[in-house]
Write a protein that binds this ligand. Structure first.
Ligand SMILES: [Zn+2]
Length: 257
């Protein structure tokens, strides 16, 4: 079982960049946490509604949500932002991290990428996802999301203020991009990543885990993945106790301008 952290500067960034991959992780029994750094105060819709939309998407994707409540368009990759991300990495014991691509026209996306590289300096798997505002992007790692594209679109649809009010959120572009990246990867639909670091785990233990997942159930015996599901629930409950209090709490201050 992997522990995954996806970092996004604004509500809906993670869904645009890697919701299909998140759904694939959950289908594989992995634990996923989404860290949303700002309330998206400069986008369409009040922050309170964006908070509610992020909650709905997290519920649909069956993941934890950490809402940092920072202010849109003010992120800088300083010690405070790095500490915020470090705290999330520690809280969910992340061994896979997804974050914005560093070459992006939005300053918050650039700051999130830079701060995550610092916060995740000891991690072995950091993968950059593409945003609509990304500039240069040369992916070399692909995740097959053919079974999860519908879930990605449904998660995006939770962000109704953006679907209705932002030209950046366009489901047609999402589908076409997934097909394009799928063609690059010689599969149907894919999400694409540019890795800062990516270690492919071929250890015997990892192979055993994959084999047990594919074994059919024996009569009267739970399948290995069913046992893992129980462990996943236990882990989820444990993490709920350990995560910082800001998780699932709305921002103290709701500002729009
Ligand atoms: Zn964004």
């Amino acid at each position: 079982m992997r522990r995954v952290l996806a970092v996004g500067a604004h509500p809906d960034d993670i869904e645009l960049g890697c919701a299909g991959t998140i759904a694939a992780h959950r289908a594989a029994g992995d634990l996923v946490t989404m860290l949303v750094l700002t309330g998206g105060q400069n986008g369409p819709g009040p922050t309170s509604e964006r908070w509610a939309e992020a909650q709905r998407a997290a519920l649909l994707l069956d993941v934890e949500l950490i809402w940092s409540g920072l202010i849109d368009c003010t992120l800088v990759p300083d010690s405070g932002l790095i500490a915020t991300i470090e705290h999330a990495i520690t809280a969910c014991a992340a061994d896979v991290i997804y974050v914005h691509a560093p070459d992006d026209s939005h300053q918050d996306h650039r700051a999130a990428a830079a701060a995550t590289l610092s916060a995740g300096r000891l991690g072995s798997r950091i993968l950059h996802y593409r945003s609509p505002s990304t500039v240069q992007f040369n992916p070399s790692v692909f995740v097959d999301v053919s079974e999860h594209l519908g879930t990605k679109l449904a998660a995006l649809d939770c962000h109704r203020t953006q679907v209705d009010g932002s030209s950046m959120v366009d489901s047609e572009v999402v589908v076409v991009s997934a097909r394009y990246f799928g063609a690059l990867a010689r599969i149907q639909y894919a999400e694409a990543f540019a890795p800062a670091r990516f270690v492919w785990d071929l250890s015997p233990q990892a192979r055993e885990t994959e084999r047990s997942r594919s074994e059919p159930s024996r009569a009267g015996q739970p399948r290995a993945d069913q046992t893992r599901s129980d462990q996943t629930r236990d882990d989820q409950a444990r993490r709920e106790r350990d995560l910082p209090q800001q998780r699932h709490q709305p921002p103290n201050e709701v500002r729009t301008w």
